[in-house]
Write a protein that binds this ligand. Structure first.
Ligand code: SF4
Ligand code: FES
Length: 365
């Protein structure tokens, strides 16, 4: 039997999707800015979504049969589409205003320690607050503090940064044999903690780092070693008995600083080329930090609109050069070409044209 398709119009763009699709998934099919931000929904984790409210949208027409608008904004990750539904995301002032409020709430207790946070540059809350946040806060009380929990040798927990999205809890539940952490207490006291200080040692537990949208769970083996935008992401693989072995290496020169799963444009772990989701095991993530451990496939194309894409060097689109046009073809003598003047790299090397990570041999010593 052929699949029943339904029409949904989001920000004036119509798509046809199977019945049961959520508004968020339909919007992702259109892509770009039409897709609402999602801090807690993660398509590869069952039951995720409905916690953070960043994905709120306005339903201006319920369906073809019942065209009444929905009175309140709805969470697009939890609302399934109806045939003929019309949705407003970035075309709705109500949505943009509400999103601003959600960001303000998320930042009530979140420290603004981006300059020392390892997640900076790939933090969804950082991106969200740049796009929807306000410069100031109206919050006058002390921010929450927590008793420190040691999560073992590999994973660092900064509870003050947690937005209680539950993604790491679902990851531990669905990927590992035993879950040893969860959200303890409720309301203002809710926190991610281990049960009786158990270390998280399960084979696949490192994936909680990849799903955490903020810097609450970071990689202890990478901590404070580098800023993510100074490293070059490279696709690589190895034969692994435990996982698919397909990873992204974050390199500087010939040094592997960090190993993560490969992410798609929504910041979610990609499908593996061998089938299934490309979750990676702890051995690949934390123990294989030599280039010789890996077969390098080539530079990663970064799709996300984030500062990490600044460091990529394939598929680069540069703005049109206007200077010669406005100067009747003459070259601007007073403007310096930073490559020539800085003498950082060897004169024969044009860094932006390398189709590989830059090595120390490319630079003047
Ligand atoms: S630690 Fe990260 S993934 Fe876990 S609930 Fe907090 S924000 Fe979400
Ligand atoms: S992504 Fe929908 S509520 Fe969090």
């Amino acid at each position: 039997m052929s699949e029943q398709l339904m029409k949904v119009t989001i920000d004036n763009i119509t798509v046809e999707v199977p019945a049961g699709t959520t508004i968020l998934q339909a919007a992702r099919k259109i892509g770009g800015d039409v897709a609402p931000p999602a801090m807690c929904y993660y398509s590869k984790l069952q039951g995720s979504g409905g916690k953070c409210r960043t994905c709120l949208v306005e339903v201006s027409k319920g369906s073809e049969k019942d065209p009444r608008p929905m009175p309140k904004l709805v969470a697009s990750c939890r609302t399934t589409i109806m045939d003929g539904m019309e949705v407003k995301n970035i075309t709705s002032d109500r949505v943009l205003d509400a999103r601003k409020g959600v960001v303000e709430f998320l930042l009530i207790n979140h420290p603004l320690d981006c300059p020392v946070c390892d997640q900076a540059g790939e933090c969804h809350l950082q991106d969200l607050s740049y796009e929807h946040g306000a410069a100031g806060t109206r919050y006058e009380f002390q921010r929450r503090t927590f008793k420190k929990h040691d999560l073992g040798d590999y994973i660092q927990l900064h509870m003050t940064r947690c937005i209680l999205c539950y993604r790491c809890v679902f990851t531990a539940d669905q990927l590992t044999k035993t879950r040893e952490h969860g959200v303890l207490d409720r309301g203002d006291h809710a926190e991610i903690a281990t049960f009786i200080e158990k270390n998280l040692q399960n084979d696949f537990i490192g994936n909680v780092i990849d799903v955490c949208p903020v810097g609450a769970l970071t990689d202890k083996t990478f901590r404070f070693k580098n800023r993510v935008w100074f490293t070059k992401p490279v696709d690589a693989h190895r034969d692994c008995d435990t996982c698919c072995g397909e990873v992204q290496l974050w390199m500087r020169g010939d040094e592997v600083f960090r190993v993560t799963a490969r992410k798609d444009e929504w910041g979610e772990v990609k499908e593996s080329t061998k089938g299934g989701t490309g979750w990676i095991c702890n051995t690949c993530r934390f123990e294989k930090k030599q280039v010789s451990d890996w077969v390098i496939e080539g530079p990663t194309k970064v799709n996300r609109h984030s500062v990490i894409s600044q460091g990529h060097y394939v598929g680069l689109t540069k703005p049109e050069e206007t200077m010669p046009k406005v100067m009747d073809g003459r070259s601007p003598k007073l403007l310096m070409d930073i490559h020539t003047v800085s003498e950082v790299n060897k004169p024969s090397i044009e860094l932006s044209k390398l189709d590989r990570p830059a090595h120390s041999t490319d630079f003047n010593q």
